[in-house]
Design a protein around this ligand. Structure first.
Ligand SMILES: [Zn+2]
Length: 55
C-alpha cells in the first residue's frame, strides 16, 4: 500500500518585489508550511526574505 504523501511544487517568492525566484518541493499535508528563507533575488541583485507561494 502506497503512503499518501502530499508533496507539492511551490515557488519561493521574494517578499520585497514579489519575484518568484526559486522552486522547491514541500510537504503540504498539514497546510502550507510557513517557511521564510533568505535567498538571492536575481531581480534586485541582493539577498532578501523569500516565502512559499503555492500555485
Ligand atoms: Zn526581490
Amino acid at each position: 500500500m502506497a503512503k499518501a504523501k502530499k508533496r507539492e511544487n511551490v515557488w519561493l517568492e521574494c517578499k520585497e518585489c514579489g519575484q518568484r525566484n526559486y522552486r522547491t518541493e514541500v510537504n503540504v499535508s498539514q497546510g502550507t508550511p510557513k517557511i521564510e528563507l533568505k535567498k538571492f533575488c536575481k531581480h534586485e541583485r541582493k539577498h532578501t526574505v523569500h516565502k512559499i507561494r503555492r500555485k
